[in-house]
Design a protein around this ligand. Structure first.
Ligand code: CMC
Length: 438
């Protein structure tokens, strides 16, 4: 464990003195990290276990090298493959961003056309998928349905397990990005008791999704272009966010070398939770519970007393305004121009203002995150709150798949298997039930 020369020619190391033994160790520092395995070489004697790192929630542990997404949480910067999120939201489309994330570079015209063509012609799912989705109860949460149906796709494409075959990987990535809106829309229609609408491949990705959600007896469903654009921007904003809870789930499950449908189903499960993608649904519930601006101070007091959290605020990485929240606030204005203002917006704006001036939130660097305003837009689209996280999942799918692709090609990766600190009993003597209960 001697100090090592970095590729850049700079030598960095950490000197550790183990006060249990008096021994000193030089631990190499690479890219601002030390290897946990190097710490494992620090022992009191040959027999003792090596020193380990205790880090619930991976608060300060890098699990991989990644070239997909860069975040500077203090400065509020988010970049996909080096491109600032503001520029992508302004000038790109969701499918172009998906291409960028998956392939690592922006497409040429020919590459883009081929990509859009591939995605468009894989939007249909096997009829049996439709049948089993219709078997869910009328009140099934759409995220539960999405998680189950994404996982089930692995049974329709058993070749997806050949993860070392690049062409095969590409095929599954195309299928998943293409089919996610179909599965998401059908999980919504199920709750509405409405017939499932097949994809319309004359429409673009996001317009087709809206058609599968809302089409009734009309020949063709044509959504307002401004709504299509706003939803496309929302998908872009959600497309990746480096090693968040659901991406970590995808990588962790993917590290067993299972097929990508099973890995992404795990990601959908992680996203479902209220501390992650479920937060936008929780924000809407909170705003409705607050009911009017006069009740905000009482609500804030409850948060500060620890009775509940201000959902849509705070982030593990951002200790500044989440750049996505800024773009969403602007997208909300565009949507409300079409749909009329959501009356909850006033409460949200006032809540944000009061929270940002409050010592509790200032001290903890709690700012609005992506989920604070997205629910208000989704509600303007007339999505029920249960659908909000499904929209997040559709947007996040290219990110999960890009991270999965990186994982399976990364020679340094191993099956994810954290250590534990065992706190239970040891070496008890088992007495059979017949004797214990006698
Ligand atoms: N409301 C009130 N207090 C909060 C909040 C909040 N939303 N978030 C954090 N805190 C407090 C927390 O109680 C703690 O205070 P103290 O130091 O006195 O114990 C301090 O701030 C640090 O919080 P933490 O829970 O240690 O921070 P974390 O990095 O583990 O959690 C978080 C990050 C996003 C889970 C958390 O901020 C939270 O629960 N926020 C609300 C849920 C939410 O909006 N989630 C969406 C995140 S963005 C989209 C996504 O990635 O899915």
């Amino acid at each position: 464990m001697e100090a090592r020369t970095r590729l850049s020619g700079v030598t960095d190391s950490l000197t550790v003195r183990d006060n249990r033994t008096g021994s000193e160790y030089d631990v190499p520092i690479t890219d601002g990290t030390i290897k946990a395995a190097d710490l494992g070489k620090i022992r009191t004697d040959e027999e003792s276990p090596g020193l380990a790192v205790y880090d619930p929630g991976f608060v300060n542990t890098a699990s991989c090298r990644s070239a997909v997404t860069y975040i500077d949480g203090d400065k509020g910067i988010l970049e996909y493959r080096g491109y600032p999120i503001e520029q992508l939201a302004e000038g790109s489309s969701f499918l172009e961003v998906a291409y960028l994330l998956v392939h690592g570079a922006l497409p040429t015209k020919a590459e883009y056309d081929a990509w859009v063509h591939e995605i468009t012609y894989h939007t249909f799912v096997h009829e049996n998928v439709k049948e089993f989705m219709q078997g869910f109860r009328y009140d099934a949460h759409p995220m539960g349905m999405l998680m189950a149906s994404v996982g089930a796709l692995s049974t329709f494409y058993p070749e997806a397990g050949k993860i070392s075959d690049a062409d095969n990987r590409h095929m599954q990535i195309v299928r998943m990005i293409a089919k996610m809106p179909t599965l998401g829309a059908w999980s919504f229609r199920n709750a509405q008791g409405k017939p499932f609408v097949y994809p319309d491949n004359d429409l673009g990705y996001t317009a087709n999704f809206l058609s599968m959600l809302f089409k009734m007896s009309e020949q063709k469903y044509e959504a307002d272009e401004r709504l299509v654009k706003a939803l496309d921007v929302l998908f872009i904003l959600h497309a990746d966010h480096e090693q968040n809870c659901s991406t970590n789930a995808v990588r962790s499950v993917g590290s067993s070398q299972v097929d990508p449908y099973s890995a992404v189903a795990a990601g959908v499960g992680a996203l479902y939770g209220p501390l992650h993608g479920g937060a936008n649904e929780a924000v809407l519930k909170s705003l409705k519970k607050i009911g009017s601006k006069e009740n905000i101070p009482d609500f804030i007091k409850g948060v500060k007393d620890g009775n509940e959290r201000l959902m849509g605020f705070g982030h593990r990485v951002y200790k500044n305004y989440d750049p996505r929240a800024r773009i969403i606030k602007k997208a909300a204005e565009d949507v409300f121009e079409v749909t009329g203002t959501n009356p909850l917006l006033e409460i949200a704006l006032e809540l944000e203002k009061i929270a940002l001036e409050d010592e509790y939130f200032i001290k903890r660097k709690l700012y609005p995150n992506v989920d604070f305003y997205s629910g208000l837009i989704y509600e303007a689209f007339q999505f029920p709150p249960e659908m909000f996280t499904v929209l997040f999942a559709i947007g996040r799918t290219p990110g999960w798949l890009s991270q999965w692709l990186e994982l399976v090609q990364d020679k340094e990766q191993k099956i994810a298997r954290p250590k534990q600190i065992y706190t239970g009993d040891r070496e008890l003597t088992f007495v059979p039930a017949s004797e214990r209960w006698a």
